[in-house]
Design a protein around this ligand. Structure first.
Ligand code: F2R
Ligand code: MG
Ligand code: MG
Length: 322
């Protein structure tokens, strides 16, 4: 496998994005919620999939919701808020480690609740969690040539039943725009700083903007990852996990496998930061960088590795708004 070669096709970028999401999610799942110090003390550095109560190679809600969203996109040919809500409910397995509010929403949707109302089920202004950003990569891939307005509408539709909070929407839009740019860029000579400046120019929510500004301010200095992550955060808020994922990409994005490992070892919401970085790396580089020791361990039951690859191939045919 040759890392950093130009992907053979858009199809390979979609496969790389899905498998990258799964690898980051699985790599981080065994240490989700632990600080970087705790991870260092317990594991040195996490480089391999760990055994969790779900088993080695089992993904979490991040991958499950990504696959549900992608399935809706290919079946409908567009981001349809009602159909995505039905797909999230259909794919939902409680053991995948959903957030507390997300569990309630999935239960309500399974019982026929109105998808236009479930986003306020717990908080009047909606969840600011990163559950929208963690799953949005398929929208970035399918709408890679669409206008910003069209991409934004698709993000809002994909999030409506779970995340209506402005921070969650802006975090997800930032990740979707990142995926759209990466999926249409040549990895050779890719300017990661300019990429981040572009994303900053598209963000409209102060808490997200400020964190992206901090990443740019720190990028030329000899600061440690711990210092940067301490400043922007690595938790369940959309603005934190998105910023942490982009820091990993900014600093280590020329070495994809290492980049994903570093991202997970930042600590905090490790599976989600890993899933988002994995989607970014796959969208730029395709699938060749994914080490076979990870690839072979990705679960391959229903909605497993083979399903992901087939779904990615179908998604690759979509070019909405292009
Ligand atoms: N929830 C988890 N992990 C918990 C542990 C799992 C366990 N170890 C296991 O492996 O099984 N991970 C997943 O949740 C995150 C995505 O969250 P999402 O989808 O946004 O969920 P939710 O429930 O909407 O929000 C999460 C929590 O954030 C707080 N919160 C959100 N909005 C709030 C608001 N407006 N005001 C106050 N608090 C708010 C709440 O505590 C929510 O429960 C990912 O990490 C994914 O991996
Ligand atoms: Mg998760
Ligand atoms: Mg998580």
């Amino acid at each position: 496998m040759v890392a950093n070669s130009v992907p053979e096709s858009h199809e390979d970028r979609c496969i790389g994005s899905f498998l990258g999401t799964a690898c980051g999610d699985i790599l981080g799942a065994g240490v989700e919620g632990q600080s970087a110090d705790t991870i260092r003390n317990r594991h040195g550095e996490v480089r391999e999939f760990l055994d969790t109560f779900r088993g080695v190679g089992c993904y979490t809600d991040d991958t499950e919701m990504t696959l549900a969203l992608a399935t809706s996109l290919v079946e409908r040919g567009t981001a349809d808020a009602e159909d995505t809500s039905l797909k999230y409910a259909e794919f939902y397995e409680p053991r995948r480690g959903y957030g507390a509010t997300a569990h309630r929403v999935m239960g309500a949707l399974q019982n026929g609740a109105d998808y236009r109302k479930t986003g306020r089920i717990e908080f009047p202004n909606g969840s600011f969690g990163n559950g929208g950003a963690m799953r949005i990569a398929p929208v970035g891939l399918a709408y890679r040539h669409a206008s910003d307005e069209m991409l934004h509408q698709a993000v809002e539709a994909a999030l409506l039943c779970t995340h209506i909070h402005p921070e969650a929407i802006d975090g997800a839009f930032t990740q979707a725009k990142a995926i759209a740019i990466l999926a249409t860029s040549d990895p050779n000579g890719f300017d990661r700083r300019q990429f981040l400046e572009t994303l900053l120019g598209h963000s409209t929510v102060f808490v997200v903007q400020r964190k992206l500004e901090i990443l740019l301010e720190q990028s030329d200095e000899g600061v440690s990852d711990d210092e940067v992550i301490y400043t922007v955060g690595n938790g369940i808020r959309a603005s934190e996990a998105v910023a942490a994922s982009l820091w990993a990409f900014l600093r280590y994005g020329d070495k994809p496998e290492e980049c994903l490992i570093r991202a997970v070892n930042f600590g905090g919401d490790t599976d989600t930061i890993g899933a988002m970085v994995g989607a970014q790396l796959g969208s730029l580089y395709g699938s060749a960088w994914i080490p076979s020791r990870w690839y072979t361990q990705i679960e391959n039951r229903r909605h497993g590795r083979d399903f992901m690859i087939d779904l990615a191939k179908t998604l690759a045919r979509l070019d909405i708004g292009g």
